[in-house]
Design a protein around this ligand. Structure first.
Ligand code: ACO
Length: 328
């Protein structure tokens, strides 16, 4: 059987930095509160003329270069985003055009912060079924465009950025052994963007009520995130026949340091520095966060041949997932 592998990665972070100190001038908060409750110190903000498509294109170019492939070799582009340039056409089509990936089909998918893992799972299926040979997985978020900078309980969390991976039937890299996904729409309203869709199109009222911004019941989401990420990790390992002790690295969605600490407790054999973190410098970049972390982890040369790596995520919907990768 064919084995799907990540053979190249890339990421893009906008240059502008938004510090906790900057936020403390915008809402009633402090560096001390943000660091102790979230672990975050800075996040990046896209320029007005930077979009999910342009950030995603930059990340994709770097991933293609890393994989030694041309855009013409790509036959499918999957873009995970909850901040697409438009409702339609898809951001994937805009990126396809920018890259000149003329032979590629293009599709957006939306699984909030679990989007990277959902896209990875689709890429694995496309490769291993023989439908595609080279799939570009992209996650790109301009969360600043839907963040309410008057709401101190959410604006401290989110940042912008993009990540990409070339998933291929040939070449060496990170073999995608198992991806385990889940969803539960029952509590969809705990984390949502209420207006702008067909239920509540933009209106004077939706603007006045600030309904085009993320609304989140942080406390509730927190509890679900911990439980679901831990369960997804366990179920993914069970499905793979791999024990927790065999893992060399865990790269989780960068939601909150306290969520990551709770996950670390589950993997108590792992040295603290083997739970890879970027949230201090980039905050929560939703679908992009695992992809950015995976790219930086690879570029730092931290992974060694033969090691097993677990990715795990949770996001709005709710959606969640975990993926087991083997460094080959
Ligand atoms: N600065 C100062 N005080 C604040 C701030 C702030 N930035 N934000 C909230 N507070 C206050 C609240 O108003 C509240 O005050 P009160 O007691 O007087 O009412 C108090 O702090 C405690 O509020 P909580 O909401 O209980 O604070 P909590 O410790 O839960 O932290 C946080 C809030 C950081 C949002 C946390 O709940 C969280 O991280 N939740 C999970 C978010 C998440 O994981 N999302 C992942 C999926 S979502 C996605 O990725 C798109």
């Amino acid at each position: 059987m064919k084995q799907a592998r990540i053979v190249g990665t890339g990421s893009y972070l906008p240059q502008r930095v938004l510090t906790n100190h900057d936020l403390s001038k915008m809402v009633e908060t402090s560096d001390e509160w943000i660091v102790s409750r979230t672990g975050m110190k800075e996040r990046r903000l896209a320029r007005e003329d930077e979009y999910a498509s342009s950030m995603g294109t930059e990340a994709a170019r770097l991933a293609l270069k890393d994989a030694g492939k041309s855009s013409e070799e790509i036959d499918f582009i999957l873009v995970a985003t909850l901040t697409p340039d438009y409702i339609f056409p898809s951001t994937a089509c805009l990126i396809q055009q920018e890259l000149g990936a003329k032979k590629a089909a293009a599709l957006d998918l939306q699984a909030a912060c679990s989007g990277y893992l959902y896209a990875l799972s689709m890429a694995k299926a496309l490769i291993e079924s023989g439908i595609s040979r080279n799939v570009l997985v992209i996650a790109a978020e301009k969360l600043s465009s839907i963040t309410d900078y008057q709401d101190r309980s959410t604006c401290i969390l989110f940042g912008d950025g993009a990540a990409a991976a070339v998933v291929s039937a040939e070449g060496s890299g990170l073999a995608i052994k198992t991806v385990h996904l889940g969803a539960d729409g029952e509590q969809a309203e705990l984390l949502m963007l209420p207006a702008g869709g067909c239920r509540k199109p933009a209106s004077q009222e939706s603007l006045e009520q600030r309904m085009h911004y993320i609304k989140m019941s942080g406390n509730e989401v927190f509890k679900h995130a911990v439980r679901r990420m831990q369960e997804a990790a366990k179920e993914c390992l069970e499905a793979s026949g791999v024990s927790e002790e065999e893992l060399a690295w865990v790269i989780p969605h960068q939601a909150n340091i306290r969520i990551l600490d709770a996950i670390a407790k589950r993997f108590s054999h792992l040295p603290a520095n083997r739970l890879y973190k970027t949230l201090e410098k980039y905050g929560n970049t939703s679908a992009s966060s695992i992809g950015i972390a995976l790219d930086e982890w690879r570029k730092e040369g931290l992974g060694k041949t033969g090691e097993k790596v677990l990715l795990t995520a949770f996001g709005g919907g709710f959606t969640w997932g975990a993926a087991l990768l083997h460094y080959e």
